[in-house]
Ligand binder design. Structure first.
Ligand code: E4P
Length: 226
């Protein structure tokens, strides 16, 4: 599983990149707008925070394919290496995916809620496809099933596109997409942190420390004693 952070909050990105195996950052227009400052500044801050080697997936906004292509090129020029442009799977988006990928800019097809949307985006040239799990679950859809179907279709049709699963509200959804064969997931920072939380782990670690300190004294470390 490859983890991405789904946020434009630079402080949260800095904390998570320091602690966890994060491959990159994904944003969308809503996440950018939440920061309420210039897009170029946000992208620069994200790049400075995550370093030159991690990916940044940033999304186009226009409903028109030709303008999406221009937006993709402008975003690529701003972000540099490791840039992927997110394009929604509308009709104009499909046209833009073909054009942008033929220019050598990797595309992440986004706002996917059906397996057929993902299949067509992959055929059009998308390198990642982003199905929205929680948004489907919220309306009695089955986000995990859509992810499984996409994984099955890509395998059956021997497509190289990868699954960048998105839109999560709980750890169970992330576990389920991993079990369904998803290659990657983009998560809000608080959910990424929650993935490894368990009270038995916390009590286990506390027990090690109290057993140790009971014998060697409070604050004694391995480095003091070896
Ligand atoms: C992914 O492409 C989207 O940015 C995101 O995951 C959507 O998540 P939400 O449903 O929590 O807004």
């Amino acid at each position: 599983m490859i983890y991405f952070l789904d946020t434009a909050d630079v402080k949260a990105i800095a904390r998570c990149v320091d602690l966890y195996p994060v491959a990159g950052v994904t944003t969308n227009p809503s996440l950018i707008a939440r920061e309420n400052r210039p897009l170029g500044d946000i992208l620069k801050d994200i790049r400075d925070t995550i370093g030159p080697d991690k990916m940044i997936h940033a999304q186009v906004l226009s409903p028109d394919a030709d303008i999406m292509v221009d937006e993709a090129q402008r975003l690529r020029d701003r972000v540099g290496e490791g840039f992927h442009v997110k394009v929604p799977v509308t009709a104009q988006g499909m046209k833009a995916i073909s054009k942008i990928s033929s220019l050598g800019i990797p595309v992440t097809a986004t706002a996917i809620v059906t397996a057929e949307q993902a299949l067509m985006a992959a055929v059009a040239g998308a390198s990642y496809t982003a199905p929205y799990v929680n948004r489907l679950d919220n309306i009695c859809g089955d986000g995990i099933r859509v992810v499984s179907e996409i994984a099955h279709l890509f395998k059956t049709h021997q497509l190289d596109a990868l699954l960048l699963t998105a839109s999560f509200k709980n750890v169970q959804q992330i576990h389920d997409v991993a079990m369904a064969g998803a290659h990657s997931a983009t998560l809000p920072p608080d959910l990424l942190e929650l993935l490894i939380v368990h009270p038995l782990t916390d009590s286990g670690v506390s027990g090690f420390v109290s057993d140790w300190e009971g014998v060697y004294g409070k604050g004694a470390t391995i480095l003091d004693l070896i």
